[in-house]
Design a protein around this ligand. Structure first.
Ligand code: F6P
Length: 327
């Protein structure tokens, strides 16, 4: 029989993502509803090690569902990767009587939670909070939808000015090793080319295609490049394009951290709320080492180690569609 969880801690870790606040709010209010004591841990795992842990009340999470960033702040904590760091963290949690953790973050954060939960008797539940959507066992991660919509808004604006000047734009979006932001924002903005890490970049094919477009006087072209794309990102691609297509008026735009901020979309608020609520129910049911995901609009639970190991794949049908629609 799993021990009854009565005091839980919630933290955000790794890169922030819009919707993390909505998830924190859901965890806090659901925990309180079930009679638990809920603690907010500041700056991810660093806050456990440094004992920066504060009691949370219903009002602590008022007026945050619509805010980007994370009220608990976040960090990437090297010390937690070491056994001594995790032992220190455990001692601090034990001293406060915290017997369950909800970790909102991406794959690095889940790896930490998985090891910690195996080493010590503290169940950890993960919520996928990352704009990259590079986690298996869920259709969406908290923040992805907002980031993509931010990218779409920016690319639409860039197209306006590209159109006015007859320019070729090479636009880099985030996503670390994953191409989902590029793929989704590229399709939604009608990008002529999308380069993603999941596919080998055929630079020759890109050049030939742009040359062919130039011949038929199609001068406004948007190339959306994922930052993890193997050729080296927008700047590297632009170097070759400028060399091989000197007549094109080429510009580079790196969207950067703008994609991580801003008010979460309705979808991100919704999935964050569902996942946060489900995380507390997981702890009550005695689940541990699982990530809460949503697949086909239903809650799904995946072992943390599986969620980080088995990456999602981008199917050939997507790639085919991109080519046809952008022709
Ligand atoms: O994982 C989220 C993410 O925004 C990635 O898309 C990006 O590669 C990385 O974090 C940037 O990290 P930092 O904010 O530490 O530069």
């Amino acid at each position: 029989m799993a021990k009854k969880v009565t005091k839980i801690g919630v933290l955000t870790s790794g890169g922030d993502s819009p919707g993390m606040n909505a998830a924190i709010r859901a965890v806090v209010r659901t925990g309180l509803y079930y009679g638990m004591e809920v603690f907010g841990i500041m700056r991810g795992y660093a806050g456990i090690i440094e004992n920066d842990i504060v009691p949370m009340h219903s009002r602590s999470v008022a007026n945050i569902i619509q805010r980007g960033g994370t009220v608990l702040k976040t960090a990437r904590c090297k010390e937690f990767m070491q056994p001594e760091g995790r032992k220190k963290a455990y001692d601090n949690l034990k001293a406060l009587g915290i017997d369950g953790l909800v970790v909102i973050g991406g794959d690095g954060s889940f790896r930490g939670a998985d090891i910690f939960s195996r080493e010590f008797d503290i169940p950890c539940i993960g919520l996928p909070g990352t704009i990259d959507k590079d986690i298996a066992g869920t259709d969406f991660t908290i923040g992805f939808d907002t980031a993509v919509n931010t990218a779409v808004e920016a690319i639409d604006k860039i197209r306006d000015t590209a159109d006015a000047h007859d320019r070729l734009f090479i636009i880099e979006v985030m996503g670390r090793d994953a191409g989902y932001i590029a793929l989704h924002s590229g399709i939604a903005t009608g990008a002529e080319h999308i380069l993603i890490p999941e596919r080998k970049t055929d630079i020759e094919e890109l050049i030939v295609s742009l040359q062919e477009k130039e011949r038929r006087k199609k001068l406004v072209n948007m190339v959306v490049v994922a930052e993890g794309e193997e050729f080296g990102g927008a700047n590297e691609v632009a170097k070759v394009v400028k060399e091989r297509l000197p007549s094109a008026d080429t510009r580079v735009c790196i969207l950067g951290h703008i994609q991580r901020g801003g008010a979460p979309t309705c979808l991100d608020r919704l999935i964050a709320s569902r996942m946060g609520f489900a995380a507390v129910e997981c702890l009550i049911q005695g689940k541990h080492n699982v990530m809460v995901g949503i697949v086909n609009n239903k809650l799904q639970y995946t072992l943390l180690e599986k969620a980080v190991k088995s990456k999602q794949r981008i199917g050939e049908d997507w790639i085919k569609m991109v080519k046809i629609l952008a022709s």
